[in-house]
Ligand binder design. Structure first.
Ligand SMILES: [Zn+2]
Length: 431
């Protein structure tokens, strides 16, 4: 048991070989503790000559709260100089990563704690900054620095991936015109792990990322799950020609719903000459239309039929509704060849010249993607995990009020949805 009071304080400070010099109340009522390192001697880093102490200066570090009070640790840092006149080193300031990493305003332990709060638990930077009593940038800098260090130390994180999902996310809207900036996320669909985020939604980012992972990584990928987008198809065909392309059911159904919606809005304009208003029949049935047919009760089905009779004289919306339900039916077939027959027939029918323009467009897309659509029946991998990853990322964005910097965004997304090995955090330091 420690009974010496000074030793007891040093034990409570818990920073190892440091001396306790004093404590006081800070200007905002925070607890201020002044320390110095116990190392009295240091060799010159260039020539090894015993260095001489030059002077000291105080560095105030934001630390973890002390008994519920916000705390600051003042490190009375030594400056050394090399007495050898031939040595180019001159003077330097001592550093000790056990206390704080170079250029960080937070102590190492406070920085690691903040990284885990924000990165792992998805708390907002401002909330954590409020708890520590420092500003947003101080915490954010620490999260980015330690988060990057953790992610690069965690070399096992990505591992072998057999099913890769590619999906776009809207990162942020910037500037006067609210220009949208997209990113592409790469997901291990089976493990439900966000592998990485690259800028843009063209093929360049994902292509470069795959190339950087190497041949062995790419060769292990059997399935690539994507939305119905040309750029991601290009990525798969060029970088992973051996892998089976799988069109994600979620996006296939979503496309059918989008076409249905386009048709409803066009018919609305054609028939009534204005955009949907709350009493217009087509406007009133917009939610009933996108609902799965089996989820409509008798009353809902009757209401839908009535509204369509009133608002859809040519039956275009009805056609698209039937098409949407037929698209959903692709997934009720258990067998890939039968599903392929079904989707080919459907795609062919929809391209009939008598059908509305939206149906023909849907038919063309289904035809172009039919093999990828039915590959799902074999792979049974979906972008579901990618989508839920998307939701996680949306949560981060909400918490962060829109992240403008891609670097911030990537680190935050990977810490939250990339499942890093958090046990490594205690061993990493920022560069
Ligand atoms: Zn020297």
């Amino acid at each position: 048991m420690i009974t010496d009071p000074t030793r007891a304080i040093e034990w409570m400070i818990g920073l190892g070989e440091v001396r306790f010099l004093g404590c006081e109340d800070g200007p905002a009522g925070e607890a201020v503790i002044v320390i110095e390192t116990a190392a009295d001697r240091e060799g010159c880093r260039d020539c090894g000559t015993v260095a001489r102490s030059k002077d000291r200066h105080d560095v105030t570090l934001v630390d973890l709260p002390l008994f519920g009070r916000r705390a600051r640790t003042v490190w009375r840092k030594r400056r050394w100089f090399c007495p050898d006149p031939d040595c180019p080193r001159g003077s330097w300031t001592e550093c000790d990563e056990a206390i704080a990493a170079a250029r960080q305003v937070l102590t190492s332990r406070a920085a690691r704690w903040a990284t885990e709060q924000v990165g792992r638990h998805g708390r907002s930077v401002s909330e954590v900054a409020g708890e520590l009593g420092c500003d947003w940038h101080t915490v954010n800098d620490a999260v980015v620095a330690y988060g990057e260090a953790l992610l690069s130390a965690d070399t096992e994180r990505i591992g072998t991936v057999s099913a890769l999902g590619l999906d776009e996310t809207l990162m942020v809207r910037v500037g006067t015109y609210r220009t949208q900036r997209f990113t592409t996320q790469l997901v291990d669909v089976r493990a439900g792990r966000l592998l990485d985020v690259v800028p843009g939604r063209d093929s360049n980012g994902a292509t470069a990322w795959l190339a950087s992972q190497g041949d062995e990584f790419c060769a292990a990928i059997d399935y690539v799950t994507i939305d119905l987008s040309g750029p991601y198809r290009k990525v798969a065909e060029e970088q992973l020609p051996h892998a089976t392309l799988v069109a994600d059911p979620f996006h296939v159904t979503k496309l059918a719903n989008t076409k249905l919606d386009e048709c409803r809005r066009r018919t609305q304009q054609d028939v009534l000459g204005h955009r949907g208003r709350k009493d217009d029949p087509l406007y009133r049935c917009r939610r009933l239309l996108t609902k799965a047919k089996e989820r409509l009760d008798e009353q809902g089905a009757e209401k839908l039929a009535g509204l369509l009779r009133a608002g859809d004289p040519r039956g275009d919306v009805g056609t698209l509704y039937t098409a949407k339900e037929a698209v959903r039916e692709i997934y009720s077939h258990a067998d890939e060849p039968i599903a392929l027959e079904w989707v080919t027939q459907l795609a062919d029918d929809l391209q009939d010249a008598d059908y509305p323009v939206e149906a023909r467009s849907l038919g063309r897309t289904l035809m172009r993607w039919r093999h990828a659509i039915v590959a799902w029946h074999r792979a049974k991998v979906t972008n579901g995990p990618t989508e839920s990853m998307n939701n996680l990322i949306k949560r981060i964005k909400r918490v962060a009020f829109g992240l403008v910097s891609f670097r911030n965004y990537r680190i935050r997304a990977l810490l939250y949805a990339g499942k890093p090995n958090w046990s490594l955090l205690g061993t990493v330091s920022p560069r």
